[in-house]
Design a protein around this ligand. Structure first.
Ligand SMILES: [Zn+2]
Length: 315
């Protein structure tokens, strides 16, 4: 294991249940992702798990800046006729690809799944009116739009593009996210989150990766690229971390990964990383997330990190 990989023992409030209720801020209150489960469960049940983006409707008001007369193009079509400056101008203006019109190309060289954490009945953290599940979704959509308007050889799938859960039960919800990556034959899944701490005194970014040999190194390299771009924005980086399950052991008696996304993706030979961008209950970090422009900067940092890792090709 690389020396720069830290083992994390602290609680990740946005994903796991926290005993304490924060002042004005709440954690998910849901079941821990570490809930025992049958890891030998058959992966696929034959359902259509690649997200049906055409079925979804973008519902976030501030982010729904697409309009009927503004047809951002799918890569490989008319976007190719636009100069990079024209694309940048659209990005700067805040336009978004219409999620009902963007269709990922399954033949793209690189296939990415962006996973906005939580959603629907799974709220995630919240603080002073900021709902983690909402800003997770915003950042993920902005990240997707940046990637598909700037790079010609990437397809981006979403585990959700509206405020919804993938399953009412947290255990199934998390496994469904990995199933999306499997059905998309993804090169990586990036699960997008924001954190909160019981004492509101934690800040900065951290990336959780699987410790499994089949995905660990690539996960850590991808996470490093993203953390580097977030650091450029001014967010403190706490580096790459792994966390062991408390009670889930493999046949050799070694603990599985604590976080279900890490665990389920590793089981499918897919690097699945959790990016905790910042703490929504920390005043210093709040400056990085309290406007759409801030969230866009975070989304672009993610996109640039992904592009650097996969050496994506600019239009
Ligand atoms: Zn979260």
């Amino acid at each position: 294991m690389s020396g720069r990989i830290k083992r994390a023992f602290g609680s990740l409030i946005c994903i796991v249940a926290a005993a304490g209720i924060l002042t004005g801020c709440v954690s998910t209150g849901g079941k821990t992702t570490d809930a025992p489960e049958n890891l030998k469960k058959t992966v696929s049940d034959g359902r259509m798990l690649v997200p049906d983006i055409t079925r979804d409707t973008l519902t976030l008001p501030q982010d729904a800046s697409t309009s009927a007369d503004e047809s951002l193009k799918t890569p490989g079509k008319s976007t190719k006729n636009e100069t990079k400056e024209q694309v940048d101008e659209k990005i700067i203006e805040g336009s978004l690809i219409d999620p009902a019109k963007y269709i990922p190309d399954p033949n793209a060289r690189i296939k990415i799944v962006l996973d906005p954490g939580h959603g629907g009945v799974h709220a995630g953290a919240s603080c002073d009116g900021i709902e983690e599940k909402d800003i997770n979704l915003k950042v993920a959509l902005m990240c997707r739009n940046y990637l598909v308007t700037h790079y010609s050889d990437v397809a981006v799938y979403m585990t959700r593009s509206i405020d919804r859960e993938l399953s009412p039960t947290l255990k199934d919800d998390l496994e469904e996210r990995a199933n999306v990556a499997e059905h998309a034959d993804a090169d990586a899944l990036i699960s997008i989150h924001f954190n909160a701490s019981e004492n509101h005194d934690s800040s900065g970014s951290i990336v959780y990766v699987s410790k499994r040999d089949n995905v660990h190194e690539e996960s850590a390299l991808l996470g490093d690229q993203i953390l580097g771009r977030l650091e450029d924005l001014g967010l403190e980086s706490h580096g790459i971390s792994i966390r062991d399950s408390n009670d889930l052991m493999d046949p050799d008696g070694n603990p599985y990964d604590y976080y279900a996304i890490n665990r389920h993706c590793a089981k499918r030979d897919i690097p699945g990383i959790i990016v905790e961008h910042a703490y929504i209950d920390n005043l210093a970090d709040r400056d990085f997330i309290d406007s759409d422009e801030d969230l866009r900067a975070i989304a672009e940092a993610d996109a640039l990190g992904i592009a650097a890792h996969f050496e994506l090709t600019l239009y």
